[in-house]
Design a protein around this ligand. Structure first.
Ligand code: NAP
Length: 502
């Protein structure tokens, strides 16, 4: 490989370009370097590393997956302050890991990918950014699937004269104290915001379209003694990690194989709701009419009981329009508001990155997906996009388990692909369309009977075309097993002349 030190704005031709400096991007860089691949860069559009944990700073932001599991398998942290870590601590952890592993100098902050075009002759990606161009033989998309805030399509959205912002763009300069605040949405994010802001505002109105199933978060602080113990005996931490992992995986048994196993969990959640919300009318509004797990289960010990507070209203009549001084519901009631918080989720699997990556046929990933559905072999590689690896791509989510499980499997797979390329003198690997078709058929067949597809809810797991493009229809272990080895037979390998290589 010929490396040209065209160092414009810190950018030069590299072997691997990683898009995104969240858990995926940082993890990829660490593992690549451990495997001997040092020639890499991380492109990060934001001013800091952390990805979702950098962008989401709303009050109460925390991870509802236990910290011992929501951390890299190769960088355990005995110092978690509590069982479920808050956002700031997760961000600190990732910063520390990046610093200690020497990854920080590889990151180009404020660098947004504006285009990436496959150059067939040179067998590399021509990457365009707001700070210049360069080439990379391999492109790893670690841009995340939940990055683009989604605002509801409600008439009058722009007419509101108060303050409004999305949960992922929290306005810390704005003081909610003493205000009349509306929160739209009752998903995982809202469940963390609502209890946190309620004590400070004059009136809190929560606009719910459909209620979520809620299970308690069994959180507790870690004592100094516990931390010392974990530091001294890492095996203990691995044991906790495994226990949490397999406990979360139990849910998959009901979601995928035996839905009737979910009945016990539903009973538990209903009993919990009854204890938290003694008011029968409010409780009725908060009772889901679909199977648990159909949408992501909310893990919170303070969300439900907040609806019993005297300054909180739960509105379920639907939103007709937003007016300059509030929200009008479908039944014509106007609720006057000073601030509206949109906890309405994300435009899933639609980061700008996928619109910018243009493959062999001159079409972007987005265009290919718009035509043929959102899909990727093993949620990672797409025919016609050689040497491109997407982390947390389609059908990799596990519902309520740690996203770092599929991420680490995908990183290992990309590294194995690089090794296979080197061993065979290949400059490009492109997954065979028939391999992808067979895989997609299998995944969609296996998803058909699951609770995600059939549980009686509308969720962003399933697109308007009826395809479930988000969840993995099996235990995470199967996913890890299938990505454990890169099989060159499933790919078309190309060897471009050396002079034309990157
Ligand atoms: P979400 O799960 O997509 O929930 C969005 C909420 O907004 C839903 O309650 C939805 O109602 C509601 N909504 C959307 N449009 C609406 C409208 N026009 N009127 C009224 N309500 C409307 O988004 P999220 O809560 O931000 O969570 C997104 C993802 O982020 C989660 O699934 C999870 O993967 C991640 N997350 C993780 C954690 C964690 O602790 N690990 C915490 C927060 C978020 P419907 O339910 O009726 O659609």
């Amino acid at each position: 490989m010929v490396l040209e030190p065209r160092a414009e704005n810190g950018l030069r031709d590299v072997r691997v370009a990683i898009v995104g400096a969240g858990f995926g991007g940082i993890g990829t860089a660490i593992r690549l370097r451990e495997a001997g691949y040092d020639d890499l860069v991380i492109l990060e559009r934001d001013a800091g590393l952390g990805g979702t944990w950098w962008a989401n700073t709303y009050p109460g932001c925390a991870c509802d997956v236990a910290a011992h599991l929501y951390s890299f398998s190769f960088a355990l942290n005995p110092d978690w302050s509590r069982f479920f870590a808050p956002q700031a601590e997760i961000l600190d952890y990732l910063r520390r890991v990046a610093r200690e592993r020497g990854i920080e100098p590889l990151i180009r902050f404020g660098t947004e990918v504006t285009g990436a075009r496959w150059d067939e002759d040179a067998s590399h990606w021509r990457v365009e950014t707001n700070r210049g161009e360069f080439s990379a033989q391999v492109l790893v998309s670690a841009a995340g699937g939940l990055t683009e805030p989604k605002l509801p399509l409600v008439p009058g959205l722009d007419s509101f004269t108060g303050t409004m912002f999305h949960s992922a763009r929290w306005d810390h300069g704005h003081d909610l104290r003493g205000e009349r605040v509306g929160v739209i949405g009752t998903g995982s994010t809202a469940s963390q915001i609502v209890p946190e802001v309620q004590p400070h505002v004059e009136r809190l109105t929560v606009f719910q379209r459909s209620p979520g199933w809620v299970l308690p978060r069994l959180d507790h602080p870690h004592s100094d003694f516990q931390k010392r113990l974990l530091r001294r005996y890492p095996v203990l931490q691995r044991a906790i990690r495994s226990a949490v992992y397999y406990n979360n995986e139990l849910l998959i048994l009901g979601l995928v194989r035996r839905p009737r196993l979910l009945t016990g969990l539903e009973r538990l959640a209903l009993r919990y709701l009854e204890r938290q919300v003694p008011d029968a009318q409010i409780r009725a509004k908060l009772t889901p009419d679909y199977r648990i797990g159909c949408k992501r289960v909310i893990i919170s010990s303070d969300f439900l009981k907040t609806f019993m507070e005297p300054n909180v209203d739960l509105v379920t009549d639907g939103i007709r329009e937003i007016v300059p001084d509030g929200i009008v519901t479908r039944d014509g009631r106007k609720i006057e508001l000073d601030t509206i918080v949109f906890a309405t989720g994300f435009d899933v699997m639609n980061p700008p990155h996928y619109r910018h990556v243009v493959g062999r046929e001159g079409r972007s990933i987005r265009e290919v997906w718009d035509e043929g559905g959102i899909r990727a072999y093993l949620g990672t590689v797409i025919p016609g996009f050689p040497n491109h690896f997407a982390l947390l791509g389609p059908n990799t989510a596990s519902g309520n388990n740690s996203a770092l499980q599929p991420i680490e499997a995908q990183i290992g797979y990309a590294i194995d692909a690089l090794r296979a390329m080197d061993a065979r003198g290949a400059t490009a690997v492109d997954v065979r369309p028939d391999v992808m078709e067979r895989f997609d058929g299998e995944i969609q067949r296996r998803l058909a009977p699951t609770v995600w597809n059939n549980g009686g809810c509308h969720s962003w797991y399933v697109g308007p075309d009826g395809r479930n493009f988000t969840t993995w229809p099996a235990f995470a272990n199967e996913y890890k097993r299938r990505l454990a080895r890169f099989d060159p037979a499933e790919f078309e390998l190309t060897s471009a002349p050396v002079a034309a290589a990157v």
